[in-house]
Design a protein around this ligand. Structure first.
Ligand SMILES: Cc1ncc(COP(=O)(O)O)c(C=O)c1O
Length: 355
């Protein structure tokens, strides 16, 4: 495909850090970029008389989640360091909560780039099958060992195979930069078109790339921005408790044993509050959102929506809260959320009088 500016037009806010030469050398990356970002910012229900709520819907990306941005940015930076356009003999290594692996598998298939992806046994079988069909080497770790063990397994593989390209999403600056210059810049632009800026920002912490990257962009537009981080009550941010295999809302969570995500720890003074949400509450919030809008959202989207909705009732109606909806739910999440009755949902979420 010939490369023109059109090819990257959908990711206009990030153009400034995209190397056009890399896109020319790797058309499959350019094609992925063409379908990336510029995702819808939508109005979502919130408490009557409270702050206005907006959600950035990240399922509108090539493999269906916010992690498409991270995959694109980290692979872009890797390819920028390689000479020529021949990827034979090169191999990418990465660990994932699930969605980054799904994104990398698709992107690497397009590029013809070998890849080993390490993740926990919580990833649905159909996703694993698809990744393997796309040519990925999938390494599955017992989910009861916790996410930290998934990361450590990848670190050991990297130590044993120093010629593999280990992307290491928790420490890869491309992750953060993509969210500042992409996701965050898009939100600023879309709100500005409505004559608005964000007063509050709500996102979960996986790596914290979304939370901190977008925070930078929104705070540049409104220095009084308040930032709220969500993590699962079963393993909150920075907890001293060890990892556990309890069900949690998707894609996010503590690392256990007092460990803190490297993007978040130095920025703690910029975080107004940490909100923890239990698995059952987030399932109930998924069910309630579906009841109100007809749409299923993923459990980490539901966690952000529930946290934002609870806070919005104490905020004036002219305030603007923005949250991220990272993905649609898996079939398993929908099945679990569907099992809650509306009475249980009301009790668990504590939300009433939503408009
Ligand atoms: C569904 C979902 N929500 C939230 C996150 C957290 O994103 P980040 O790593 O940018 O903190 C992820 C990351 O994998 C995810 O898959």
């Amino acid at each position: 495909m010939p490369l023109t500016n059109d090819v990257v037009s959908k990711i206009r806010p990030v153009d400034s850090f995209i190397d056009q030469d890399v896109l020319r050398r790797f058309p499959a990356l350019a094609r992925y970029g063409r379908d990336l970002g510029d995702t819808p910012l939508i109005n979502v229900p919130g408490p009557k008389g409270g702050a206005r709520l907006f959600a950035k819907c990240e399922w509108d990306n090539p493999s269906g989640s916010v992690k498409d941005r991270t995959a694109f940015a980290m692979v872009h930076d890797l390819l920028a360091q390689l000479p020529g356009d021949d990827l034979s003999g090169h191999k990418v290594l990465e660990y994932s909560g699930g969605n980054l692996a799904i994104a990398l598998s698709l992107l690497c298939q397009g590029l013809g780039l070998e890849n080993t992806l390490v993740f926990g046994s919580y990833v649905p079988d159909e996703s694993v099958k698809k990744m393997r069909v796309q040519g990925s080497d999938a390494v599955i770790i017992d989910k009861d060992l916790g996410f930290w063990e998934v990361v450590q397994h990848a670190v050991r593989l990297s130590d044993a195979n120093p010629d593999w390209h280990f992307l290491h999403q928790h420490e890869n600056d491309a992750n953060l930069r993509m969210h500042e210059m992409g996701t965050g810049a898009e939100i600023v632009t879309d709100l500005a078109a409505l004559g608005l800026t964000a007063d509050s920002w709500v996102a979960s912490i996986g790596t914290g790339g979304t939370l901190i990257g977008v925070q930078r962009a929104l705070a540049a537009a409104n220095p009084a921005l308040q930032t709220f981080a969500t993590t699962p009550a079963e393993l909150p941010y920075g907890t001293e408790a060890p990892a556990n295999g309890l069900p949690k809302f998707d894609g996010s969570g503590g690392l256990g044993c007092g460990r803190k995500q490297p993007f978040v720890a130095p920025e703690e003074s910029r975080i107004t509050g940490h909100v923890t949400l239990g698995f059952e509450e987030t399932m109930a919030a998924m069910r309630l959102f579906r009841e109100l809008t007809g749409e299923w959202i993923g459990s980490s989207a539901a966690a952000n929506w529930l946290a934002a909705s609870r806070m919005a009732s104490d905020q004036d109606a002219d305030r603007v809260t923005v949250m991220v909806f990272p993905s649609k739910p898996s079939a398993g999440e929908i099945e679990k959320a569907s099992a809650y009755s509306l009475d249980e949902v009301k009790k668990l979420t504590g939300l009433k009088e939503l408009v």
